[in-house]
Design a protein around this ligand. Structure first.
Ligand code: G3P
Ligand code: MG
Length: 246
């Protein structure tokens, strides 16, 4: 895998624009981010959209569950008004339009597969061919990740050429086995439960380590001093500036 960028914009720039929208991705690029992380999820009728939660109500004017809502119904929702009037009219992005925007802006990406239980393989099998189709080799190689081992395993089958990361809250005891089986490029963990020893072990075993979600520059500096490769942050512009990466 090419080296991960130090700073990855988590769902775009969610402190300045509604998360996981094209506005948020544009803002992250304007702030100097080189990569964006976003969440990919399946609609009721098997389409891939960019959305974090199971439920629609926090980040759109919809109600109910994304997985039980049709693509057409989702496209009619407002995904920006909840954040502020300036963003009214922002829609839930499709995977295709997201990747088209990234290509136009020169952004790299980490696609997190947010799979409902039982649909892990389906999500990877639908999302990855779309992404492969939209993303040419001239663009930076992305990272595909998930908390779901089944989704990561399916990504390995469908897009073996794209590096994979396993997300975790606490480093799983069997990480060395899983790393080999899934042929992982990276382990992506919750920074709050990471220790310096774990970072050294993971990196010593040849994996990249990315930590989420780090919004305190002092903590970011400590994690980098431990050897962490990349951080997901809600404040990409500030992090890049304060850490001197711009
Ligand atoms: O991929 C890093 C991070 O996004 C994982 O957690 O809940 O923000 O998707 P979450
Ligand atoms: Mg995510």
């Amino acid at each position: 895998m090419e080296r991960l960028p130090r700073i990855i914009a988590h769902r775009g720039s969610p402190r300045t624009a509604p998360e996981n929208t094209l506005a948020s991705f544009r803002q992250a690029a304007a702030e100097g981010a080189k990569w964006v992380e976003f969440d990919a999820a399946l609609t009721a009728d098997h389409r891939v959209v960019v959305f974090h939660d199971d439920g629609l109500d926090r980040t759109s004017d919809g109600v109910g569950l994304l997985a039980e809502t049709s693509f057409d119904a989702l496209m009619a929702l407002d995904a920006g008004g909840w954040y502020g009037p300036a963003f009214r009219g922002e829609t839930i992005p499709t995977l295709e339009e997201t990747l088209e925007l990234f290509a136009a802006l020169g952004l790299g990406f980490n696609m997190e597969l947010k799979a409902d239980q039982g649909r892990e393989v389906e999500l990877a099998s639908i999302a990855l061919p779309i992404a492969l189709d939209c993303w040419s080799k001239v663009h930076p190689t992305p990272l595909i990740s998930s908390f779901s081992r089944k989704a990561v395993a399916a990504a390995k089958e469908v897009a073996p050429q794209w590096p994979r990361g396993l997300l975790f809250d606490r480093l799983p005891e069997d990480w060395t086995d899983v790393g080999k089986t899934l042929e992982l490029a990276s382990l992506n963990g919750n920074h709050m439960h990471l220790s310096r020893e774990q970072v050294m072990e993971v990196r010593g075993a040849g994996y990249a380590l990315a930590a989420y979600t780090v919004n305190e520059p002092a903590r970011a500096e400590m994690l980098f001093s431990w050897g962490v490769d990349a951080l997901f942050t809600d404040i990409p512009g500030d992090m890049l500036k304060i850490l001197g990466f711009l």
